[in-house]
Design a protein around this ligand. Sequence first.
Ligand code: AMP
Ligand code: ZN
Ligand code: FE
Ligand code: FE
Length: 278
Amino acid sequence: MAVDLHMHSTFSDGSESPTAIAAMAAAAGLSGIALTDHDVLDGIPEARAAAAERGLRFIGGTELSVLWREQSMHMLVYFLEPGPGPIQDRLEDLRRGRHTRNLEMVDKLRDLGLDISYDEVAREAGTGVVGRPHFAAVLIAKGYVDSVPAAFDRYLASGRPAYVPRMRLTAEEAIGLSRESRAVAVIAHPHTLHLRADEFSIGFRELVARGLGGIEAYYGEYTPEMRNRIAEICAELGIVATGGSDFHGKYKPHLAVGVGTGDLRVPDEVMDQLEQIR
Ligand code: AMP
Ligand code: ZN
Ligand code: FE
Ligand code: FE
């Protein structure tokens, strides 16, 4: 059996509801899932109920963009519930910062001569937290680009003309707040960081000393060699090698629940290991 500990729903920038995701996970033969919507925990109760109905184990979480060594790092935080709390209270600030950023990105796109309004982007997001994949969908619908990757390459990615950075915690703050919240912080898809091979394990050591619980080794878009290498580093560091698909439904159509691009398999034991180190 396998699990999938990295998925996004309609509560952020995924196209499927938590209930639909749980159904897909059960159909894929998984034993457990985690919901990791960006900066928001509101989908967790629905996901937990749907997971229970299908006999799946469940962890509530989120995915944060944090700053580490002047780079953008994604951090998954596991074992969170909606409501007040050290990390929960900061998520509100992050969502406000995101909203300001989104308005600025609309202005930039309009300055570039594109006919786009914030309302259109918000409508695409529905009740979910608005993110760049929603911008991409509007740009596609209006014929400005023909795919999500093209929208990022041309306008939305870091360094491209409509990009605006958003408010971020540092990696150290995120780990500290996670611990205060009795949650486990894990570095997501570490290869998006631009690090030399030696920096990879040495650099992470200081985050482990602060309480980092794991690194995402079994990631949908990685080769078996990359997954094994990251899992080895986790073993050396004494932290958990986690994994997940980064499922977003139609916003990342090449990634499927459980299997990612096809060959992903995240061992069930990962869920036990996360519970143990909590
Ligand atoms: P945001 O949270 O609004 O900054 O947007 C982040 C989302 O955009 C995440 O789901 C990323 O996976 C997605 N994303 C970031 N860069 C790219 C890219 N180059 N191509 C496709 N999706 C991307
Ligand atoms: Zn996303
Ligand atoms: Fe990410
Ligand atoms: Fe993600």
